[in-house]
Design a protein around this ligand. Structure first.
Ligand code: NAD
Length: 489
């Protein structure tokens, strides 16, 4: 396993100007994996300048050629799959079976999708008055700043950079300082496949200082941000300096409704995946279980048994089903919510504490946690971002819909039923960017991803993403160049 630990600016790995570094910790045992250079404002300025310089040539590169580089990158990611999976597991705590089976293949899949998309984005011709031709082209916006969180650091490089680069933008990507390693590795692979210097710049840094500087930067035309709702708000304010475009993928509080006609074995299994995959650190996690009162006991019997059986352990062990949380801070935050749940009168049905296993005692582990709670409790309203699911019951379809829509968020939600008309009716009424019926957390590079309300705005994936990374340009042509278009003299 070889790591990249320096800033990637203008096609080179370099130290930060002030020589600052970030310690990267292993969430399994709190040991130090390595140190990486930490970008400060002057480094961000250099990265933006490199991206600005590279933009005209990249914009004018034939779209198919931009796509070819992304396709080569996807192939190289697959060649280096084992190494990337190992680095991601070490850095984030994701079980190796997930990084191998999901994170890495999905990353390659997404780069490949946008590689193929590069030359499929088309403009249009608008039917206007006779004698005139009006056509619309899609123009890249320019230098794009991208800020990503620590929960899926590898995959998010592809969600962010895939469409941005395919559309002809140049990029400065700031990964979360907690998990910078796979983004830097992707920079190495991008250099290897031949992305020109400056087209991609990767700058691990603190959010409050360097991230803010990127969001305020006058030479950045767009900020694409994935992270918490509070920071999303500050990004919007920072963007006002030059009125840059903003795309926000923020928090979530996914409602997962199980109706009394659901096929329970599938609902139990899918609901456990919805919350416990990636230790619950997913914006689209199904973190609020809404159970019809008639099946609540039967569902919980199976669900609690499954939750208790999930195998916690070293992320690098192929048998491990759940790893540690990604940071000590996040472990503390989740355990605090377990206390809050009880203070508010909720009942922890299982979990709510770190595992007793001595080998895991230094890591940031929390057992899969299920808590009964009331809809207005903080744990039903605020994003816990961990392996914590609240359970509430309902007695009618209307009540289920009201409960599902009772938070400020609207990112993803699910429902389990065998009644076809109910499925579509409830899906239509959920205030949510994505709804899963008899499944949960399905994601595909062709399908729009994003939220409403406090979950943000804008969409990743698919043609929608290509539109997010381009501006429409409307061109008018007077077809008879000799015909005066206005004053008839
Ligand atoms: P965070 O908001 O603390 O940090 C996200 C990124 O923003 C990091 O790179 C951080 O360094 C940077 N940042 C922090 N303060 C900043 C500032 N003032 N200016 C500019 N950048 C700043 O979030 P997090 O704790 O890393 O991630 C968890 C959050 O991300 C959760 O709320 C989760 O729901 C959300 N998330 C959303 C999606 C989605 O697609 N909607 C996906 C994953 C995670």
């Amino acid at each position: 396993m070889s790591l990249q630990t320096k800033l990637f600016i203008n096609g080179k790995f370099i130290d930060s100007k002030e020589g600052s570094t970030i310690k990267v910790l292993n969430p399994h045992d709190d040991s130090q994996i390595t140190e990486v250079s930490e970008a400060k404002a002057p480094d961000i300025d250099d990265a933006v300048a490199a991206a600005k310089k590279a933009f005209p040539a990249w914009r004018d590169t034939q779209a198919a050629e931009r796509g070819r580089l992304l396709l080569k990158l996807a192939d190289l990611i697959e060649e280096k799959a084992d190494e990337l999976a190992e680095i991601e597991s070490l850095d984030t705590g994701h079980p190796i079976r997930d990084t191998t089976g999901l994170d890495v293949p999905r990353t390659a899949f997404t780069y490949r999708y946008f590689g193929g998309m590069a030359d499929k984005l088309q403009g249009s011709v608008i039917p206007v008055e006779p004698g005139f031709l009006n056509y619309v082209t899609r123009e890249p916006v320019g230098v794009v700043g991208q800020i990503t969180p620590w929960n899926f650091p590898l995959m998010f490089t592809s969600w962010k950079m895939g469409p941005a680069l395919a559309a002809g933008n140049t990029v400065v990507l700031k990964p979360a300082q907690v998990t910078p390693l796979t983004a830097l590795k992707i920079a190495e692979l991008m250099a290897e496949v031949g992305f020109p210097p400056g087209v991609v710049n990767i700058v691990p840094a603190s959010g409050r200082t360097a991230g803010q500087h990127l969001a305020e930067h006058q030479d950045v035309q767009k900020i694409a941000f994935t992270g918490s709702t509070d920071v999303g708000r500050s990004i919007v304010q920072a963007s006002s300096t030059n009125l840059k475009r903003v795309q926000l993928e923020l928090g979530g509080k996914g409602a997962n409704i199980v109706f009394d006609d659901a096929f329970l074995p599938a609902a139990i299994n899918g609901s456990a995946f919805a919350i416990f995959h990636n230790q619950g650190q997913a914006c689209i996690a199904g973190s609020r279980l809404l159970l019809h009162e008639r099946i609540a006991d039967e569902f919980l019997d199976g669900f609690l048994a499954l939750a208790k059986s999930i195998k916690l352990g070293n992320p690098l062990d192929p048998e491990t089903e759940m790893g540690p949380l990604t940071s000590a801070k996040q472990q503390k935050a989740v355990l605090t919510y377990c206390d809050i749940a009880q203070q508010e009168g909720g009942e922890i049905l299982t979990g709510g504490e770190p595992p007793e296993t001595p080998e895991l005692s230094k890591g940031y582990y929390v057992k899969p946690t299920v808590a009964k709670a009331q809809p207005q409790d903080r744990v039903c309203q605020e994003e816990v971002f961990g392996p914590f699911v609240s359970v509430t019951t309902f007695s009618s379809e209307e009540e289920a819909i009201d409960l599902a829509n009772s938070t400020e968020y609207g990112l993803g939600g699910g429902l389990w039923t065998r009644d076809l008309s109910r499925a579509h009716k409830v899906a239509g009424r959920m205030r949510s960017g994505m709804v899963w019926i008899n499944c949960y957390k399905r994601v595909n590079p062709g399908s729009p991803f994003g939220g409403v309300g406090s979950s943000g705005y804008g969409r990743e994936m698919g043609f929608e993403a290509m539109h997010e990374y381009t501006d429409a340009k409307s061109v008018w042509v007077n077809v008879d160049a000799k015909l005066p278009p206005f004053y008839k003299r």
